[in-house]
Design a protein around this ligand. Structure first.
Ligand code: HEC
Length: 305
């Protein structure tokens, strides 16, 4: 007979071991310790390059045009948001982004956090690439090089995230009526950093979302841009842009995408039919295998209507 007290202690210990090992399993399910370590090394290198860029920027701020200065402050803000997402992914917790979302209850949490962080990386990648081009045009090779290096480092980190290319379902929010969401707020939180607070674009890096046929044409075009992103040359209001627009599939729900697009369509001249959550779900189903960002010419060649 094992004495009762001893039994209690040993079952307590067993329970502790089970809890600890299941935590460990939860983590390694998504990324192995080795992958985690590699990502951390890459991230540390990125952070030191980022600090160097900022130090250089601070020395030259006065000589830069205002659109580039505003990009630097947007970029700093985006960098700290991305950092939060990165830390949450590394710690293996879901963080605040998906609170109360169905996805979390379905146990897809950590995987989704990985997707979201990966999208932050590509967003930052596009941002630095854009800034590199602007410095290059001004003949500032050194600043261009530093930005390009950061862009490459983000690109590498993005590739280190497992299964990022696997198509994922867009979060569907059962109670999510786009008309009850605040499209203007969602726009400021998710789009204004690149497209400007009035959606008028920023410099020659980021196109305007007013007077844009990409928004006011058939519904599927802007939905596809938000679901999968956009890359390569695009013409808006007669001006050519070439940059990277990240995908929002893992960061916004179908209702949120519809709400932002309806808000933006209302900022354009003319009347356009409202986009519903079902429209977004339908387009997401039609292109469920898509993992690459669209190019402007692909969008022009195919429509759903
Ligand atoms: C990290 C910067 C960034 C963010 C954030 C961003 N975009 Fe973009 N967006 C771009 C870039 C760069 C392009 C041009 C891409 C190209 O050159 O192919 C673009 C292009 C577009 C276009 C097509 C061109 C046009 O001007 O109409 C639409 C529509 C669009 N974005 C909507 C949005 C919406 C809506 C959001 C927020 C949910 C958003 N974008 C967030 C960078 C961004």
């Amino acid at each position: 007979m094992v004495p009762f007290k001893q039994l209690k202690i040993s079952s307590g210990l067993i329970l502790l071991v089970i809890i600890l090992s299941s935590c460990q399993m939860g983590r390694s399910n998504y990324m192995s310790e080795e992958q985690r370590e590699q990502l951390q090394v890459a991230y540390d290198s990125l952070e030191s390059n980022y600090k160097m860029l900022l130090a250089n920027y601070e020395g030259t701020t006065d000589t830069l045009p205002s659109d580039l200065q505003s990009l630097y402050s947007q970029m700093q803000r985006m960098h700290s948001d991305m950092d939060v997402s990165h830390r949450q992914m590394m710690a293996g917790n879901m963080g605040r982004h998906m609170e109360g979302n169905k996805m979390m209850r379905q146990g897809m949490g950590i995987h989704m956090q990985g997707h979201m962080t990966g999208e932050w990386y590509s967003q930052m990648m596009g941002m630095h690439e854009q800034m590199a081009r602007m410095h290059q045009r001004m003949g500032q090779q050194n600043m261009a090089r530093m930005n390009r290096r950061l862009s490459e480092e983000y690109g590498k980190m993005r590739k280190m995230i497992p299964d990022l290319d696997e198509p994922s379902e867009i979060p569907f929010n059962e109670e999510g009526d786009p008309a009850l969401l605040n499209g203007e707020n969602l726009f400021s939180q998710n789009c204004a950093s690149c497209h400007g607070s009035n959606a008028e674009g920023i410099g020659n890096g980021f196109p305007p979302l007013v007077d844009s046929e990409w928004l006011t044409g058939d519904k599927s075009t802007p939905i596809r841009i938000l679901l999968h992103g956009l890359q390569g040359e695009i013409e808006v209001q007669g001006q050519t842009y070439q940059g990277i627009m990240p995908s929002f599939k893992a960061r916004l729900s179908a209702a949120e995408i519809a709400s932002i697009l309806n808000y933006l369509r209302a900022q354009n001249q003319g009347e356009y039919p409202a986009i519903t959550q079902d429209d977004v779900m339908q387009v997401s189903k039609n292109y469920s295998e898509r993992t690459r960002p669209w190019t402007a010419s692909e969008l022009q060649q195919t429509t759903d209507e």
